[in-house]
Design a binder for this molecule. Structure first.
Ligand code: TTP
Ligand code: MG
Ligand code: MG
Length: 461
């Protein structure tokens, strides 16, 4: 392990919610919940003001509404979050060629590889400057962790939240980790956590005391071995610039061509399950399901279907692959079958719309064509998703605060205005139209550094 804290981990604070607060002055300092608003919607994230009431990511929306009835409830605007994410990742790439994004709002950076930092002082300076730059360019706050390994850098940024910077001095790692829950370590999810708890292991110190042999006995060779190393704060994983895998796929070649259509179907199901296992193993989900079929004459076909959101649900992948197979003629026999998933993402929870439409992991099958319930009831009524931007011919730019019963309520304000006032219109008002999000930061020449919007950083509890 390196001897200087030159691995940086950045994670934006309450990312989706902070973006919404930055674009909507009336929501700054207020409880904001972003997520799927359908009957089975879940919370994508909550502003720190809403977290005080116990609202958190992945919680059913209905429960969030009980806990924080007065919060603003908004539908995510992924395109906007993506464009801001690109700005942030651009700033990270200015620090080093070795930037490893983990999700829209999070990445590792190897500062040493970029020549940006080589010791504690230069690392701290680089981290502080990065936070200021992010603030100036996006108007948002992010938290920074600095340490000599990825594991500790990520733990540090968690401790720094919100709107802070924490540096873990090399040599202090074991003392810091010791009393923490085993769940702090990468790769320890709820299942492994339970397993360890039943063996009487709660803290990282207890993990280290159990010893490598015991952990291998409990968790298997690969996992036990890796976890023991983590417990001793040994983490040699390098920062990897690009995620190598743009897709995850599995395939099988058959010694004898398969002619039986039922058998082909069974094989495709098996491959779909294997592919999902691999996908989940990598902590990913994906949007596009690809079926590959090589026929008796070596002609190879691929068919793909793109879902509305990423999934890692075996039932959804199985069904999509089966649908794709329906469109392929296999009468002459097949010699190879493959199932792949591309359009990779870190969060299944991004699949909020599918969840709103009634898709649940492992229980229900995805119906990509099914419209949300509201749409089915009122096919002619225009949809005004809560939180999305609109423009009114007379009143200008605003956002949808709510809609229903043929009415839509709009708050007229922009990222740089005072909190605005609310007006209600008929949903078919010809003066009202959907609009693109406005930039969060306006830069005038020579004024780059004071371009932040000021109120946005008010996320401290
Ligand atoms: P996180 O970085 O995990 O959370 P956060 O940025 O909202 O809050 P924190 O200050 O604790 O970092 O996730 C980044 C974004 O990803 C989040 O704003 C919304 C989205 N997301 C989901 O859609 N579903 C989830 O389950 C999680 C955890 C996040
Ligand atoms: Mg975050
Ligand atoms: Mg994150």
């Amino acid at each position: 392990m390196r001897s200087s804290p030159t691995i940086l981990h950045l994670d934006m604070d309450a990312f989706f919610a902070t973006v919404e607060q930055a674009s909507k002055p009336s929501l700054r300092g207020k409880a904001v919940v972003v997520g799927g608003l359908g009957p089975r919607g879940v919370v994508a994230t909550a502003s720190y003001e809403a977290r005080v009431f116990g609202v958190h990511s992945a919680m059913p929306m209905a429960q969030a509404r009980r806990l924080a009835p007065n919060a603003a409830y908004l539908v995510p605007r992924f395109a906007l979050y993506r464009s801001i994410s690109e700005q942030v990742m651009g700033l990270l790439r200015d620090l080093s060629p070795l930037v490893e994004p983990l999700s829209l709002d999070e990445a590792f950076v190897d500062l040493e590889a970029g020549g940006t930092a080589w010791d504690e002082q230069s690392a701290r300076l680089a981290g502080a400057k990065l936070r200021a730059d992010i603030r100036a360019v996006t108007g948002l706050t992010g938290s920074v962790g600095l340490a000599a390994s990825k594991m500790l850098a990520k733990i540090a940024s968690e401790q720094a939240k919100p709107d802070g910077l924490v540096l873990i001095e090399p040599g202090t790692e074991r003392a810091l980790l010791g009393p923490m829950s085993v769940r702090t370590l990468p790769g320890v999810g709820p299942a492994t956590g339970d397993h360890l708890r039943r063996a009487g292991i709660h803290t990282v110190d207890e993990l280290a005391e159990a010893g490598e042999d015991e952990l291998v006995r409990l968790l298997g060779k690969a996992h036990g071995h890796a976890l023991y190393a983590m417990a001793l704060a040994r983490d040699e994983r390098p920062v990897v610039a690009e995620r190598e895998a743009k897709s995850v796929s599995v395939e099988d070649t058959y010694d004898v061509d398969i002619h039986d259509r039922v058998r082909v179907g069974t094989e495709v199901r098996r491959l779909a399950d294997r592919c999902v296992r691999r996908l989940r193993g990598a902590g990913l989900s994906g949007r596009t399901i690809v079926l590959k079929v090589r026929r008796y004459d070596f002609s190879t076909l691929t068919r793909s279907e793109t879902l509305r959101g990423p999934t890692d649900d075996p039932a959804v992948v199985r069904e999509a692959a089966a649908r794709l197979l329906e469109s392929v003629d296999t009468t002459g026999g097949v010699r190879l079958l493959g199932v792949g998933i591309s359009g990779l993402a870190d969060y299944t929870q991004e699949d909020l719309f599918a969840q709103a439409a009634g898709v649940r992991e492992d229980t229900l099958a995805e119906e990509p064509e099914a419209a949300p319930a509201e749409e089915r009831q009122a096919p002619t009524e225009r949809l005004w998703p809560a939180g999305h931007d609109v423009r009114h011919a007379a009143y200008g730019h605003g956002w949808v605060q709510g809609s229903g019963l043929g009415r839509v309520t709009v708050r007229f304000e922009t990222p740089h205005s005072e909190p605005g006032r609310v007006r209600t219109f008929r949903t078919d008002d010809p003066d009202l139209e959907p609009a693109e999000p406005l930039p969060l930061v306006t830069r005038r020449p020579g004024e780059g550094e004071r371009a932040g919007t000021g109120g946005v950083g008010s996320t401290s509890p």
